[in-house]
Write a protein that binds this ligand. Sequence first.
Ligand code: SF4
Length: 214
Amino acid sequence: MTQNKAVESARAKEVVRLLKKRYAASKCSLNYSNPHELLVATILSAQCTDHRVNQVSSGLFKKYSSIEAFAFANLNELSKDIYSCGYHNQKAKSIQGSSLAILNDYEGEVPQTMEELIKLPGVGRKTANCILGECFNIPSMVIDTHMIRIMNLLQFTASKNPKIIELDLMDIFDKRDWVKLTHMIIDHGRVICIARHPKCDQCVLHEQCPSALQ
Ligand code: SF4
């Protein structure tokens, strides 16, 4: 390990320690009861709040209570059912297409590898990492808007590209912390490190953050 990387890994460890003290209860805020429901919820969550997704999904998962129900749904009706999440036509196609692919290619089981998940219609690395970490306990990081912004402020990466950020962070954070780190940073971005209005004077990471306002 280079000296620089050793220093950054030590800082990363301290950041996780401080976040765990502040955000011990952080967890995935999407409601689901099985991997396929989480897949549907993450597709719905693009450009939409988790709160709105949960409002929609509570009725949706009752109406469409199996992978088959989503796969063979009337597409127009499914689009209307998810209208308030935005991009409803595209999301309905992704939900139906990925459900059909899971039935046809994976015997009705959501696959458990990145390579297979990102082949499903409408599923990118963000959704795949969410499912791997949440449902299958496979170390993974979801690089969402909060992770992009805050990891740049903390100077653990200098990139805005989610895949490069993921690789940068995997290099310095302990893999046992990856899943929890994502949830803690999302909570931190919602309540303290708010875009354009960071509350640096209330931030537990103040001493560790090169971007801290005085
Ligand atoms: S010190 Fe300020 S900029 Fe840095 S993480 Fe905390 S709130 Fe964000």
